[in-house]
Design a protein around this ligand. Structure first.
Ligand SMILES: Nc1nc2c(ncn2[C@@H]2O[C@H](COP(=O)(O)OP(=O)(O)O)[C@@H](O)[C@H]2O)c(=O)[nH]1
Ligand SMILES: [Mg+2]
Length: 238
């Protein structure tokens, strides 16, 4: 465990979201913390971080206070300072699955930034965001993303702030890894823990051996599963 406990027994966990402008970072925070989504771009000027407490039943009911930092538009100018990365326990790399360039920038710019400026033992998540749009966009190369996630040891999830998919799950899995560094993310299984309670939220304040055909089949199957998940969500909304 690398978590910092305060006197109330709450593990304060700084999370930073990184990625190109318009990929949906602010929307992910907004959905996770306030269960709110806005179609148009959210103004981030002046915002810095939002918090949400989650209690982890399978880890002695420990509470993790996620302190989630938004880039407040500075990513556009590549002007994030080292303070942004300081003491971060978790970094979530976000890309838009409909824009391949955002994946390339995530891999070639944002990941190296983490390696250069964030603590060495930082836990990394990857959000393949706007997965509600996957139905219209079939060009997304899932294997490339999963291979990258495996290489850097990141937890990868499809996410959608709009359809409420994958976001809590990603935070929960990252939270498990934060509390237990030996935690292994079995992507096909549910997270090892359950939420007991969500305690408030503050406003934003300021297999390499498989052949290509197998890969293609696997990808098709995954895309189909995702589509089913999306359609299920579309029926229910959230
Ligand atoms: N379809 C879809 N649009 C999204 C989703 N998340 C964010 N957006 C939209 O993408 C745009 C950019 O989102 P924003 O959170 O401001 O991105 P940021 O610049 O990375 O913080 C906005 O118009 C959002 O409404 C999503 O899950 N699905
Ligand atoms: Mg933003």
């Amino acid at each position: 465990m690398n978590n910092d406990s305060n006197t109330d027994g709450i593990n304060v966990c700084k999370v930073v979201l990184l990625g190109e402008s318009y990929v949906g970072k602010t929307s992910i925070i907004s959905r996770f913390v306030y269960d709110f989504f806005q179609e148009n771009s959210i103004t981030t000027t002046g915002a810095s971080y939002a918090t949400k407490n989650i209690r982890f039943k399978d880890y002695n009911n420990q509470t993790v206070k996620f302190e989630i930092w938004d880039t407040v538009g500075q990513e556009k100018y590549r002007s994030l300072t080292q303070i942004f990365y300081k003491d971060a326990a978790i970094a979530i790399l976000v890309f838009d699955i409909t824009k391949y360039k955002t994946f390339i920038e995530m891999k070639n710019y944002w990941y190296p930034q983490i390696k250069n400026y964030a603590p060495k033992d930082i836990i990394i998540g990857i959000a393949g965001h706007k997965c509600d749009l996957i139905v219209e966009n079939e060009q997304f190369n899932e294997n490339e993303v999963k291979d990258f996630a495996n290489v850097i040891g990141a937890i990868f999830r499809y996410t959608s702030a709009k359809m409420c998919i994958g976001i809590s799950e990603l935070f929960l899995n990252l939270g498990c890894k934060y509390l237990d560094h030996d935690y292994i993310d079995p992507e096909s299984r549910r997270p090892k823990t359950n939420i007991v309670g969500e305690i408030g939220g503050n406003r934003l304040s300021n297999n390499k051996n498989v052949n290509n055909n197998d890969k293609f089949q696997n990808r098709k199957q995954s895309v189909k599963l995702t589509k089913e998940k999306v359609n299920e969500k579309k029926k229910k909304w959230c």
